[in-house]
Write a protein that binds this ligand. Sequence first.
Ligand code: C2O
Ligand code: CU
Ligand code: CU
Length: 462
Amino acid sequence: MGCLSRRDFMRVAAASAGGLTAGGLSFLAACERQSSPVVPEPLTRNPLRIPPTVLPAGLSLAARPGAIDLGGGRNSLAWAYNGHLPGPTIRAKQGETANIELRNGLPQETTIHWHGLIVPSLMDGHPHQTVRAGAGYMYQYPIVQRASMNWYHPHPHGRTGEQVAMGLAGAFIIEDGEEAALGLPSGTHEIPLLLRDANLDSGGNLYGQAPSGPQTNIALVNGVRDARLEVDTTLYRFRVLNGANTRVFRLALSTGTSFTLIGNDGGLLEAPSQLTEIVLAPAERLDLIIDFSKLNVGDSLMLRCLGANWDLLEFVVARRGAALGSIPMALPTIPKLSQADVVSTREFEFGGITINGKVYDMHRVDFRVPYGQTERWRFTTKDGSAPHPIHVHGASFQVQSRSGGRGTVFPWERGWKDTVLLMNNETVDVLIRFDHYRGMYILHCHNLMHEDMGMMANFEVY
Ligand code: C2O
Ligand code: CU
Ligand code: CU
């Protein structure tokens, strides 16, 4: 541990930021009471932030405390990679080597896990390989996967939730030739959207602990509350991540217009689909095209969460635009894992904060999986403790079926996945094969509160 305990650190931070914001807030609140507007003023929305793009070779990521504007010019204490919330977007090409140094400037241990990337066990940022406060670690691995949107975040046992809530997360996009040949919208028309919610304490600062008092819960898109994006009348490609600790988003557009879904966790799907509503659990990703070409300058529409009844991001049509990119009719073919090749079925029951009745023990190997063999993993929830977004490290899987509960496999669950949502009383079958590395990996619930409380299991690929 560093020189400050976590509690001290939070207290110091709250005190130093409180001097600035608490006074300002009470002053504003007093003004509002005096003018007592009958008609609520229209909400001023804040420009969406686009994190800087960086390459994976020779990259250094410093995790450290800092002040971040969450929109509207009010700074919040946060923990961020290189001072950015979200962290810089890493863009890599398949076949390249990542060389990324973590420098831990936090008052506690951390790791970086490359969620969705298939990397050697020692590079995977497991709870077993934590980096002390003040220390560093060199992550080095080849990019072996197809084009996809992944992400990076801390993974120390018991503290992942706090560190992610405080702001540590960023997008990691892999490109390949197959995707490049499709001519999808790119550059300023390809935009990462990291969705999350946040608890703010009474000083307006990000609050990293599980809610236990009077906090406000707000939505952040790329770290900005009440975000707004100016678009032109053309196609945009949005790379969407649910980076929330526990919240499931039900995404829709305020006009009822459909999204064109072209990809998810493991890259492009085999065919686009038109959807007006998508349920996205923590750690799941979407690759969406939105077509603004039928709109007029001055029109606006809102990306909403129907679950929370939140306006997440307003799109304002600012100008006419040339037709850029297109929606391909045919997307790449995905090799199928086959039921006929299944060598064994493993069952996992998720209940409360346990997997098969057990709480995580960092030093216990819960099961061993043969390298290069196709297995069926059957995930089940029986009690009322869901949602449980189940995530596997070390390989992607293909969802075969869902019985009970919602009873169907949704269009955003086709292709390659690394996280799948289970609601209550569901059984989801997936096929999985570890064909890159042997070694220790983990399976866990990506509700970070469940994860931190021990809803994880170690397994060894041999
Ligand atoms: Cu996104 Cu094991 O984590
Ligand atoms: Cu992961
Ligand atoms: Cu869970």
